[in-house]
Ligand binder design. Structure first.
Ligand SMILES: NC(=O)c1ccc[n+]([C@@H]2O[C@H](COP(=O)([O-])OP(=O)(O)OC[C@H]3O[C@@H](n4cnc5c(N)ncnc54)[C@H](O)[C@@H]3O)[C@@H](O)[C@H]2O)c1
Length: 248
């Protein structure tokens, strides 16, 4: 029988971390070898548990320090914690080099949301006029969401030169512009995480919509990350790189 992937979950007492412990525990090819949270010595526990992969779902304030601890330990990493700066990612990419196993940093583990962004990029080439509505629970601190901003950036990249939306100089009610694409943020009780990307063309509209109904939607992405980092090398930024490319 093939050996199970030994997984440590950091932030195991949190909403995402406890969900990850359940998901890994239910996967036949993995086992939980340790659970850590605030106050625990992550580096020492990675060593004592001999973990193959560390899943980090903690807080922006400790994300960079935890990523460094994981890289220094030699274990693989599946990091969903938000709050990395561009400089952090560049620095961690350099530190990872070409080492195997890989370290994955995924700002969004939801495969549906990643597909929504991927398809938006394709549609944007043909229908450059687009607006994004993102809807979240009221406890979400940032607005617009990172996923909405990333979607706008991807569409803007794919539109290319000479294929830009109509000019605008509109009031705030028309949304905040990212890469020239209006984003509208809604915060209401009853919502979790939702996004609609609405493309408009001559006599037609095309709407992509993704709804996260519970935190279970992130778990297939976490499990995919665990299975892939043990086979891959270096730092991988974004789940899209696992979904839309194959290892050599
Ligand atoms: N990538 C994704 O798809 C995705 C989806 C949802 C949330 N997130 C992110 O995941 C992180 C956790 O989200 P959550 O909703 O579970 O939050 P949470 O507050 O419910 O849980 C965070 C846990 O981390 C622990 N923690 C805090 N600092 C720590 C430290 N220094 N060392 C070890 N543990 C520490 C807390 O005690 C808590 O148990 C956040 O950054 C959130 O933005 C990512």
């Amino acid at each position: 029988m093939t050996q199970k992937i030994r997984v440590l979950v950091n932030g195991a007492k949190g909403k995402m971390g406890s969900e990850a412990v359940r998901a890994v525990g239910g996967a036949e090819d993995m086992e939980i070898v340790a659970q850590t949270d605030m106050g625990d010595d992550l580096a020492a526990t990675i060593k004592s548990s001999n973990a193959d992969v560390v899943v980090d779902l903690t807080a922006p304030s400790c994300a960079y320090a935890n990523a460094n601890a994981i890289i220094e330990s030699g274990a693989g990493g599946v990091i969903g914690t938000t709050g990395f700066t561009t400089e952090n990612i560049q620095d961690l990419t350099r530190k990872c080099g070409g080492r195997t196993p890989a370290v994955l940093i995924a700002p969004n583990f939801s495969i549906g949301a990643v597909l929504m962004m991927h398809c938006s990029q394709i549609i944007g080439r043909y229908m450059p006029d687009v607006e994004i509505i993102e809807l979240h629970h009221p406890a979400k601190l940032d607005a617009p969401s990172g996923t909405a901003v990333k979607t706008a950036q991807l569409i803007a990249e794919s539109r290319g030169k000479g294929n830009v939306p109509r000019g605008t100089s509109e009031p705030a009610a028309r949304g905040e512009r990212f890469s020239d694409i209006p984003i509208h943020s809604v915060r209401l009780p009853g919502l979790l995480a939702h996004q609609a990307v609405i493309f408009g063309g001559e006599g037609q509209t095309l709407t992509l919509r993704h709804d996260s109904l519970n935190r279970g939607c992130f778990m297939p992405g976490v499990l995919l990350g665990i299975r892939e980092v043990v086979k891959r090398s270096g730092l991988i930024y974004g789940l899209d790189n696992l979904l839309f490319s194959n290892p050599e």
